[in-house]
Design a protein. Structure first.
Length: 146
């Protein structure tokens, strides 16, 4: 992880990133309480880790990373995302949007507001995404010519 990413992640944690990550962990634990919720719990846990340290990482579709479709990026993933949206996605997205609005008021808060907006979108539709290091993603894209 580059030095700017480390500094931004430390500031992110100091200015509310901890609460966002804990919200994702709570969603993960609530989903894990039932056997049916385990796929969503796994996705929420992965995004919780991403939420704690968002700078220097990217959320990308698994199909983009691997070059092939799978269960999470196909029709079952679509159905799973609709269920997620109803159960937890909307309130996580609202939390990220409200935090982004507060942070966008200050100049120093704009990069953090932008990160919250990206997380708000991911909150609505997380199944089928994987979190990867930004450098790894560049490598994969350069090998594919994209």
């Amino acid at each position: 992880m580059s030095l700017p990413s480390v500094v931004l992640n430390i500031l992110w944690l100091a200015f509310g990133g901890i609460w966002s990550g804990l919200s994702w962990l709570l969603a993960s634990v609530l989903m894990a309480c039932t056997i049916i919720g385990i796929p969503w719990a796994r996705a929420a846990f992965n995004i919780a880790i991403y939420t704690f340290l968002p700078f220097g990482q990217k959320a990308v579709r698994r199909s983009e990373l691997t070059g092939r479709a799978d269960l999470g990026s196909g029709p079952l993933g679509f159905i799973g995302n609709i269920i997620w949206l109803v159960l937890a996605g909307w309130w996580l997205a609202l939390m990220h949007l409200a935090t982004a609005l507060v942070l966008a008021v200050t100049i120093i808060g704009i990069p953090f507001a932008w990160a919250h907006l990206k997380l708000a979108g991911l909150s609505l539709w997380p199944i089928g995404y994987v979190i990867v290091d930004a450098d790894t993603l560049k490598e994969v894209r350069s090998h594919r010519g994209g």
